[in-house]
Ligand binder design. Sequence first.
Ligand code: SF4
Length: 298
Amino acid sequence: MKSKSEKTEQILQNFTKLHGKFEHGHLPHYLSLGAGVQSSTLALMYATGELSPMPEAAIFADTQAEPQSVYDYLDWLESVVPFPVHRVTKGSLTEASLTQKVTKDGRKYSQANIPFWTKNVDGTLGKIPHRSCTADYKIKPIHKKLRELVPVKRGEKNVVCVSIIGISLDEMRRMKPSRDAWNVHRWPLIEKRLRRQQCVEWMISKGYPKPPRSACVYCPYHDSKSWRQLQLEEPEEFARAVQFEKDIQAAKENSDNIKAQVFLHRSCKPLDSIDFRSDVERGQQTFWDDECEGMCGV
Ligand code: SF4
């Protein structure tokens, strides 16, 4: 029977057979920066010469809904890396999701689809809305900036640049090849067979501050551990998420594209009614839930 690491190698071999090797060192590299653990590790590994070639630039897509700790960390990161960091935005995800639009036939809807947990009127769990926030507020703005920076000619058929993406070995199922003929994706942490925890250890060994978890404050992909962390370490941001849940529930009540009640936590209970303390905090014996894998796409 194959060991876990043998299986991992097999999956990676199959992936490279399908999508080609991760070698495009002669082309300009651009880092998709989320300012979380993995992409920040990459930024600093390039900055210290541990990885090459040096990126031309990093691009950070701002949903305008990250906790303040992410913006503070990004300011610091930008001050220590030798390449420019471009911040791009489609606007406020919060505003877009709370703003109702009306179709010609009078149906009310909101365009920004966040993957809320939903509860039907009969109390059963509802369908999670199709997620468009990652594509619209993160992937597309980065893509647009990349086209402008390279620059990419209309109808370009040759590979002209490389996007560097911070996915670690423990998240390798998130690797997706580029959809554009002119761009290839590269995952240096996978090439180095590094897991998220090893990235954290690398940062600590270099004396760098540990990056915060990068995600919108109200992202429904937060697990209980992340909610508790936010509640303890950034209470004002947790309060922002609580308020957003109330606001979005009010907005969705009048909307025609989601009939069920929406929630930010998978239990479909109001955020401010949930006891997020771990069993250890409550004096019991087991530990935190598994860490959430539902981070955003970049
Ligand atoms: S972090 Fe969550 S809410 Fe924000 S864009 Fe990504 S999936 Fe959507």
